[in-house]
Design a protein around this ligand. Structure first.
Ligand code: NAD
Ligand code: IPM
Ligand code: MN
Length: 352
């Protein structure tokens, strides 16, 4: 029986890297006899400019029956980012209770890190980002617009259930890895929410006595990501901290163009969504130089989620082999290949 995938290419390089991911999926599915059935939706800033909304009013109901969602990226000059993102990406994460944003980071063979001590094989970490609450809340507003006393207020929301489940996910994941969790905090400065975060994480940690853990203030943690990236295994963080840490870690591993993510509903009540960590990159859109690896690795995470572990491992193997070759690395990695060449190389390896 086939599994159904909703594809939302989105804007800018989102569409370019999604095409690459689709080509790689086609190749690996041929090889493994996997039957995926795709429907593509043109929900994007173009649609917004044409019709006034990023997705149709019943968009979430349309996505609900799918087994997974594959997203490129959204955001384009001409549409304010808070409009495009709160019109598509964030509602999907929230409505489908995708409370885990899983963001693995590795330094691959052949990829030069800008960081001296980040050699291939030595950095292998995963950011477990809380994805539906925290700093990304709808509570607040803009007041007294145009007056000298004008202000903007946004409340952070941390719930016991929300912090517990993301901590549990991180500790359980650590059990399958090197059994170490770092919790990003700022309990010295953010006086209400972060001490609460620490308290709940510590409570959950007590149920995982086989996993070592420590809390680290986000400022010091950011420095350590650069200075000792190899010392991390699982890093659990709130929504905003996890967002920033994941781009930082991806840059340490060579480029944000290779970083993947899974927005997961671990209860599998709703479809999970897979997308590269990067955005629509208007500065390089249309030039054919976008690195497709982040989107392709995200597609591998989707395969794994759908129960096709062997196919996912093959895709990762193809990524490793392709990055090892100087001729099939994109410009962000110091190479000269375009999206098309890298994609063709990945497809060739999977077809061979
Ligand atoms: P970005 O990730 O789009 O780009 C940051 C820099 O990294 C740019 O210089 C870009 O050229 C480069 N880059 C990104 N992906 C690359 C790739 N695959 N290959 C080579 N280089 C790559 O971040 P931004 O500039 O802050 O945002 C641009 C737009 O994307 C905004 O509208 C933003 O809101 C949106 N955005 C969307 C998502 C999403 O849909 N999930 C994520 C992040 C940003
Ligand atoms: C990401 C992006 C989004 C986020 C933006 C575009 C809203 O940066 O997926 O990392 O902050 O979650
Ligand atoms: Mn981000």
């Amino acid at each position: 029986m086939s599994q159904r995938i909703a594809v939302i290419p989105g804007d800018g390089i989102g569409a370019e890297v999604t095409d690459a991911a689709r080509a790689v999926l086609d190749a690996v599915c041929r090889r493994h006899g996997i039957d995926l059935d795709y429907d593509e939706y043109d929900w994007s800033c173009d649609r917004y400019l044409r019709e006034g909304t990023m997705m149709p009013t019943d968009g979430l109901a349309v996505l609900r029956p799918y087994d997974a969602i594959l997203l490129g990226a959204v955001g384009a000059p001409g549409v304010p980012d808070h409009v495009s993102l709160w019109g598509l990406l964030i509602p999907i994460r929230r409505a489908f209770r995708q409370y885990v944003n899983l963001r693995p980071v590795r330094v691959f063979d052949g990829v030069d890190s800008p960081v001296r001590d980040a050699r291939p094989g030595e950095v292998d970490l995963v950011v477990v980002r809380e994805n539906v609450e925290g700093e990304y809340s709808e509570i607040g507003g803009r007041f007294d617009r145009g007056h000298p006393e004008e202000m903007a207020v946004q409340e952070s929301v941390f719930t016991r259930a929300g912090v517990s489940r993301i901590a549990d996910y991180a500790f359980e994941l650590a059990r399958t890895r090197r059994r170490h969790v770092t919790s990003a905090t700022k309990s010295n400065g953010i006086v209400h929410t972060m001490p609460f975060w620490d308290e709940v994480v510590a409570e959950r940690a007590a149920a995982f006595t086989d996993v070592r853990w420590r809390g680290e203030h986000i400022d010091a943690l950011a420095a350590k990501f650069v200075l000792q990236p190899g010392s991390f295994d699982v890093v659990v963080a709130s929504n905003l901290f996890g967002d920033i840490l994941s781009d930082l870690a991806a840059a340490v591993a060579g480029s944000i163009g290779i970083a993947p993510s899974g927005n997961l509903d671990p209860t599998r009540t709703y479809p999970s969504m897979f997308e590269p960590v990067h955005g629509s990159a208007p500065d390089i859109a249309g030039t054919g130089v976008a690195n497709p690896v982040g989107a392709v690795w995200s597609a591998a995470m989707m395969l794994d989620h759908l129960g096709h572990g062997a196919a996912a491992r093959d895709v990762l193997g193809a990524i490793e082999a392709t990055l090892r070759e100087p001729g099939t690395r994109t410009r962000d990695l110091g190479g000269t290949a375009g999206t098309r060449e890298v994609t063709a190389a990945l497809v060739d390896r999977l077809d061979g």
